[in-house]
Design a protein. Sequence first.
Length: 150
Amino acid sequence: MKTISGLILLCIPLSSQAVCTLAIANFAFGAYSPANYTPLEAAGNVAVSCDGIAGQGISYTLAINAGSSGSFVSRKMIYGPYALNYNLYLNAARTTIWGDGNVGTGIVVDGYASIAGVNVRNYTVYGRIPANQAVPPGAYNDSLLVTLTY
């Protein structure tokens, strides 16, 4: 009679979190004319890349702060003492302000089962500068913080 014995070791981590990163290109509206009676609109992209194990659940939120104006009601781009109102939105209709989830703003909430390797999801940022703002020509800008929580 022959006996075969062996030992199989199996290690399953209790928690294995994916590693996620953000890729954000500068958002540019282009040239704004105060004489134009229609808003100036543009779109940009926020990409989230997560490296996970196949089948692993990945979930996260994306929020954007109010910028230098400190207000989501109307973000402001600054040029010296001048300000140009604008805002960023979650949808193409530009009805939901992309913010931090407070004061009537929305955030991106996403979740999915990972495929092996890097998983990339892209989110469009829709921007609008309202028409008829009496501002002098210049390079108006604002700095925003995009927060990925996972």
